[in-house]
Write a protein that binds this ligand. Structure first.
Ligand code: NDP
Length: 248
Protein backbone atom coordinates (compact mmCIF):
# COMPACT_ATOMS: atom_id res chain seq x y z
CA UNK A 1 0.00 0.00 0.00
CA UNK A 2 1.33 3.43 -0.95
CA UNK A 3 1.76 5.91 1.90
CA UNK A 4 -0.90 8.36 0.68
CA UNK A 5 -3.54 5.89 -0.49
CA UNK A 6 -7.01 7.33 0.23
CA UNK A 7 -5.73 10.89 0.61
CA UNK A 8 -6.82 13.83 -1.56
CA UNK A 9 -4.26 16.55 -2.25
CA UNK A 10 -4.74 19.90 -4.00
CA UNK A 11 -1.67 21.59 -5.48
CA UNK A 12 -1.87 25.20 -6.70
CA UNK A 13 0.56 26.36 -9.36
CA UNK A 14 0.81 22.78 -10.64
CA UNK A 15 1.40 23.75 -14.27
CA UNK A 16 5.19 24.02 -13.86
CA UNK A 17 8.19 23.79 -11.54
CA UNK A 18 7.77 22.81 -7.92
CA UNK A 19 3.98 22.46 -8.12
CA UNK A 20 4.14 20.10 -11.06
CA UNK A 21 6.85 17.96 -9.43
CA UNK A 22 4.87 17.91 -6.18
CA UNK A 23 1.67 16.82 -7.92
CA UNK A 24 3.60 13.97 -9.56
CA UNK A 25 5.30 12.93 -6.32
CA UNK A 26 2.09 12.94 -4.27
CA UNK A 27 0.30 10.93 -6.97
CA UNK A 28 3.17 8.43 -7.05
CA UNK A 29 2.59 7.91 -3.30
CA UNK A 30 -1.07 7.09 -3.97
CA UNK A 31 -2.79 10.43 -3.36
CA UNK A 32 -5.61 11.59 -5.60
CA UNK A 33 -4.27 14.91 -6.89
CA UNK A 34 -6.17 18.00 -7.95
CA UNK A 35 -3.79 20.07 -10.06
CA UNK A 36 -4.66 23.77 -10.31
CA UNK A 37 -3.23 26.76 -12.19
CA UNK A 38 -4.21 29.12 -15.00
CA UNK A 39 -2.52 27.30 -17.92
CA UNK A 40 -5.02 24.51 -18.44
CA UNK A 41 -3.20 22.89 -21.38
CA UNK A 42 -0.20 22.24 -19.19
CA UNK A 43 -2.39 20.83 -16.42
CA UNK A 44 -4.08 18.49 -18.88
CA UNK A 45 -0.69 17.11 -19.99
CA UNK A 46 0.31 16.55 -16.38
CA UNK A 47 -2.94 14.85 -15.43
CA UNK A 48 -2.85 12.64 -18.51
CA UNK A 49 0.64 11.48 -17.56
CA UNK A 50 -0.30 10.80 -13.93
CA UNK A 51 -3.44 8.89 -14.93
CA UNK A 52 -1.47 7.00 -17.60
CA UNK A 53 1.02 5.90 -14.93
CA UNK A 54 -1.77 4.40 -12.83
CA UNK A 55 -2.33 7.42 -10.59
CA UNK A 56 -5.45 9.53 -10.22
CA UNK A 57 -5.50 13.26 -10.98
CA UNK A 58 -7.85 16.01 -12.05
CA UNK A 59 -6.95 19.34 -13.69
CA UNK A 60 -8.83 22.44 -12.54
CA UNK A 61 -8.22 25.86 -14.02
CA UNK A 62 -7.90 28.39 -11.23
CA UNK A 63 -6.53 31.89 -10.78
CA UNK A 64 -5.88 32.00 -7.04
CA UNK A 65 -6.08 35.80 -6.96
CA UNK A 66 -9.81 35.51 -7.63
CA UNK A 67 -11.37 34.61 -4.28
CA UNK A 68 -14.38 32.95 -5.92
CA UNK A 69 -12.16 30.77 -8.09
CA UNK A 70 -9.94 29.83 -5.15
CA UNK A 71 -12.98 28.81 -3.09
CA UNK A 72 -14.44 27.04 -6.12
CA UNK A 73 -11.27 24.96 -6.43
CA UNK A 74 -11.62 23.57 -2.92
CA UNK A 75 -15.37 23.07 -3.36
CA UNK A 76 -14.92 21.16 -6.64
CA UNK A 77 -12.22 18.95 -5.16
CA UNK A 78 -14.49 18.03 -2.29
CA UNK A 79 -17.47 17.40 -4.55
CA UNK A 80 -15.40 15.13 -6.80
CA UNK A 81 -13.49 13.20 -4.15
CA UNK A 82 -15.36 13.73 -0.85
CA UNK A 83 -12.51 15.23 1.17
CA UNK A 84 -9.45 17.49 1.14
CA UNK A 85 -6.54 16.12 3.15
CA UNK A 86 -3.62 18.17 1.83
CA UNK A 87 -3.48 21.66 0.32
CA UNK A 88 -0.14 22.71 -1.16
CA UNK A 89 -0.24 26.50 -1.51
CA UNK A 90 2.50 26.70 -4.11
CA UNK A 91 1.30 29.23 -6.73
CA UNK A 92 3.77 32.09 -6.68
CA UNK A 93 5.32 34.91 -8.62
CA UNK A 94 8.75 36.54 -8.22
CA UNK A 95 9.27 39.84 -10.02
CA UNK A 96 12.46 41.33 -8.62
CA UNK A 97 13.37 45.02 -8.78
CA UNK A 98 14.60 47.73 -6.47
CA UNK A 99 11.68 49.51 -4.81
CA UNK A 100 12.74 52.94 -6.12
CA UNK A 101 11.86 51.71 -9.63
CA UNK A 102 8.23 51.90 -8.61
CA UNK A 103 6.97 48.79 -10.44
CA UNK A 104 3.74 48.87 -8.48
CA UNK A 105 1.82 46.48 -10.76
CA UNK A 106 4.43 43.84 -10.01
CA UNK A 107 4.25 44.52 -6.24
CA UNK A 108 0.50 44.08 -6.43
CA UNK A 109 0.74 40.84 -8.42
CA UNK A 110 3.20 39.34 -5.95
CA UNK A 111 1.05 40.18 -2.94
CA UNK A 112 -2.10 39.04 -4.72
CA UNK A 113 -0.70 35.65 -5.75
CA UNK A 114 1.80 34.85 -2.99
CA UNK A 115 -0.21 36.12 -0.02
CA UNK A 116 -3.89 36.73 -0.84
CA UNK A 117 -4.18 33.71 -3.15
CA UNK A 118 -2.77 31.52 -0.38
CA UNK A 119 -5.23 32.98 2.11
CA UNK A 120 -8.26 32.50 -0.17
CA UNK A 121 -7.51 28.84 -0.83
CA UNK A 122 -6.61 28.24 2.80
CA UNK A 123 -9.81 29.84 4.05
CA UNK A 124 -11.95 27.45 2.03
CA UNK A 125 -9.78 24.41 2.82
CA UNK A 126 -9.88 25.05 6.57
CA UNK A 127 -13.66 24.79 6.57
CA UNK A 128 -13.50 21.33 5.02
CA UNK A 129 -10.58 20.19 7.18
CA UNK A 130 -12.28 21.30 10.41
CA UNK A 131 -15.34 19.24 9.52
CA UNK A 132 -13.12 16.26 8.76
CA UNK A 133 -11.12 16.71 11.96
CA UNK A 134 -7.84 16.52 10.03
CA UNK A 135 -5.83 18.14 7.28
CA UNK A 136 -2.42 19.42 6.27
CA UNK A 137 -1.58 22.85 4.84
CA UNK A 138 1.76 23.15 3.04
CA UNK A 139 2.72 26.74 2.34
CA UNK A 140 5.57 27.29 -0.09
CA UNK A 141 7.60 30.13 1.33
CA UNK A 142 11.23 30.81 0.42
CA UNK A 143 14.74 31.27 1.73
CA UNK A 144 13.91 34.92 0.92
CA UNK A 145 11.57 34.89 3.96
CA UNK A 146 14.63 34.73 6.19
CA UNK A 147 16.29 37.92 5.03
CA UNK A 148 16.46 40.24 2.09
CA UNK A 149 18.74 42.30 -0.14
CA UNK A 150 18.35 45.08 -2.73
CA UNK A 151 15.86 44.07 -5.40
CA UNK A 152 14.35 41.29 -3.29
CA UNK A 153 12.42 43.42 -0.78
CA UNK A 154 8.84 43.04 -1.97
CA UNK A 155 9.16 39.35 -2.86
CA UNK A 156 10.81 38.73 0.52
CA UNK A 157 7.98 40.67 2.14
CA UNK A 158 5.39 38.37 0.59
CA UNK A 159 7.26 35.29 1.83
CA UNK A 160 7.75 36.79 5.31
CA UNK A 161 3.97 37.23 5.30
CA UNK A 162 3.58 33.57 4.30
CA UNK A 163 5.66 32.54 7.32
CA UNK A 164 3.73 34.75 9.70
CA UNK A 165 0.40 33.48 8.38
CA UNK A 166 1.64 29.88 8.57
CA UNK A 167 2.68 30.15 12.21
CA UNK A 168 -0.60 31.82 13.20
CA UNK A 169 -2.51 29.09 11.34
CA UNK A 170 -0.52 26.42 13.16
CA UNK A 171 -1.53 27.84 16.52
CA UNK A 172 -5.14 28.46 15.49
CA UNK A 173 -5.73 25.05 13.93
CA UNK A 174 -3.92 22.56 16.14
CA UNK A 175 -7.10 21.93 18.14
CA UNK A 176 -8.71 20.68 14.91
CA UNK A 177 -5.86 18.27 14.21
CA UNK A 178 -4.77 20.34 11.19
CA UNK A 179 -1.03 20.49 10.56
CA UNK A 180 0.76 23.43 8.96
CA UNK A 181 4.16 23.40 7.28
CA UNK A 182 6.12 26.18 5.64
CA UNK A 183 8.67 25.10 3.06
CA UNK A 184 11.55 27.48 2.35
CA UNK A 185 13.52 26.58 -0.77
CA UNK A 186 16.73 28.28 -1.82
CA UNK A 187 17.44 28.46 -5.56
CA UNK A 188 15.46 25.91 -7.58
CA UNK A 189 15.74 25.57 -11.36
CA UNK A 190 12.24 26.51 -12.60
CA UNK A 191 10.47 29.07 -14.79
CA UNK A 192 10.14 31.47 -11.84
CA UNK A 193 12.76 34.05 -12.98
CA UNK A 194 11.17 34.33 -16.45
CA UNK A 195 8.65 36.92 -15.25
CA UNK A 196 11.31 39.35 -14.04
CA UNK A 197 11.04 42.46 -16.25
CA UNK A 198 13.74 44.59 -14.59
CA UNK A 199 17.00 44.01 -16.50
CA UNK A 200 19.25 44.86 -13.59
CA UNK A 201 17.48 42.44 -11.27
CA UNK A 202 17.44 39.72 -13.92
CA UNK A 203 21.19 40.06 -14.53
CA UNK A 204 21.92 40.09 -10.80
CA UNK A 205 19.94 36.90 -10.31
CA UNK A 206 21.52 35.20 -13.32
CA UNK A 207 25.01 36.02 -12.04
CA UNK A 208 24.12 34.49 -8.68
CA UNK A 209 22.57 31.41 -10.26
CA UNK A 210 25.61 30.81 -12.48
CA UNK A 211 27.66 30.24 -9.35
CA UNK A 212 25.30 27.61 -7.99
CA UNK A 213 24.28 24.06 -8.63
CA UNK A 214 20.58 24.81 -8.08
CA UNK A 215 18.04 22.42 -6.65
CA UNK A 216 15.63 20.55 -8.91
CA UNK A 217 11.87 20.88 -8.41
CA UNK A 218 11.86 17.17 -7.49
CA UNK A 219 14.10 17.91 -4.48
CA UNK A 220 11.38 20.11 -2.99
CA UNK A 221 8.66 17.61 -3.94
CA UNK A 222 10.58 14.89 -2.06
CA UNK A 223 10.68 17.07 1.06
CA UNK A 224 6.93 17.66 0.81
CA UNK A 225 6.27 13.93 0.51
CA UNK A 226 8.37 13.38 3.64
CA UNK A 227 6.43 16.05 5.54
CA UNK A 228 2.98 14.69 4.63
CA UNK A 229 3.79 11.04 5.28
CA UNK A 230 4.68 11.40 8.96
CA UNK A 231 2.41 9.97 11.67
CA UNK A 232 -0.44 12.29 12.69
CA UNK A 233 1.34 13.22 15.95
CA UNK A 234 4.30 14.64 13.99
CA UNK A 235 3.96 18.21 12.73
CA UNK A 236 6.96 19.42 10.76
CA UNK A 237 6.40 23.16 10.86
CA UNK A 238 9.30 24.52 8.87
CA UNK A 239 11.73 23.12 6.36
CA UNK A 240 14.61 25.09 4.80
CA UNK A 241 16.40 23.58 1.79
CA UNK A 242 19.36 25.20 0.05
CA UNK A 243 21.56 24.03 -2.78
CA UNK A 244 24.68 22.74 -1.04
CA UNK A 245 26.84 25.52 -2.47
CA UNK A 246 24.38 28.42 -1.94
CA UNK A 247 26.04 30.72 0.61
CA UNK A 248 23.00 32.80 1.60
P1 NDP B 1 7.11 28.43 -11.66
O1 NDP B 1 7.07 29.75 -12.30
O2 NDP B 1 7.60 27.26 -12.42
O3 NDP B 1 5.69 28.06 -11.04
C1 NDP B 1 4.81 29.02 -10.53
C2 NDP B 1 3.42 28.44 -10.60
O4 NDP B 1 2.51 29.40 -10.03
C3 NDP B 1 2.97 28.17 -12.01
O5 NDP B 1 2.40 26.90 -12.06
C4 NDP B 1 1.92 29.23 -12.29
O6 NDP B 1 0.89 28.70 -13.11
C5 NDP B 1 1.38 29.46 -10.88
N1 NDP B 1 0.70 30.74 -10.76
C6 NDP B 1 1.18 31.99 -10.94
N2 NDP B 1 0.23 32.91 -10.81
C7 NDP B 1 -0.92 32.21 -10.52
C8 NDP B 1 -2.26 32.59 -10.28
N3 NDP B 1 -2.65 33.87 -10.30
N4 NDP B 1 -3.16 31.61 -10.03
C9 NDP B 1 -2.80 30.32 -10.02
N5 NDP B 1 -1.54 29.90 -10.23
C10 NDP B 1 -0.62 30.85 -10.49
O7 NDP B 1 8.02 28.65 -10.35
P2 NDP B 1 8.38 27.71 -9.08
O8 NDP B 1 7.95 26.32 -9.29
O9 NDP B 1 9.78 28.00 -8.77
O10 NDP B 1 7.49 28.40 -7.95
C11 NDP B 1 6.64 27.70 -7.08
C12 NDP B 1 6.69 28.32 -5.71
O11 NDP B 1 8.00 28.15 -5.16
C13 NDP B 1 6.41 29.81 -5.67
O12 NDP B 1 5.61 30.13 -4.56
C14 NDP B 1 7.81 30.42 -5.48
O13 NDP B 1 7.75 31.68 -4.87
C15 NDP B 1 8.44 29.36 -4.60
N6 NDP B 1 9.91 29.37 -4.58
C16 NDP B 1 10.65 29.13 -5.71
C17 NDP B 1 12.02 29.18 -5.66
C18 NDP B 1 12.87 28.99 -6.87
O14 NDP B 1 14.09 29.23 -6.78
N7 NDP B 1 12.35 28.56 -8.00
C19 NDP B 1 12.74 29.43 -4.38
C20 NDP B 1 11.87 29.63 -3.27
C21 NDP B 1 10.52 29.60 -3.36
P3 NDP B 1 0.06 29.49 -14.23
O15 NDP B 1 0.95 30.56 -14.77
O16 NDP B 1 -0.30 28.42 -15.22
O17 NDP B 1 -1.14 30.01 -13.49
Amino acid sequence: MAKLDGKVAIVTGASSGIGKATAEALAAEGAVVVAAARREDRLEDLVERINGDGGKALALECDVTDEEQAHGLIRRAREEFGQVDILVNNAGVMQLSEIEKGLSDEWRTMFEVNVLGLLYATDAAIEVMKEQGSGHLINISSLASRGTRPGLGVYSGTKMAVNSISEALRQELLEYNIRVTMVEPGAVETELPERITDEEAREGLNTMLEQLDPLKAEDIANAIVYVVTQPQRVSINEILIRPTNQPN
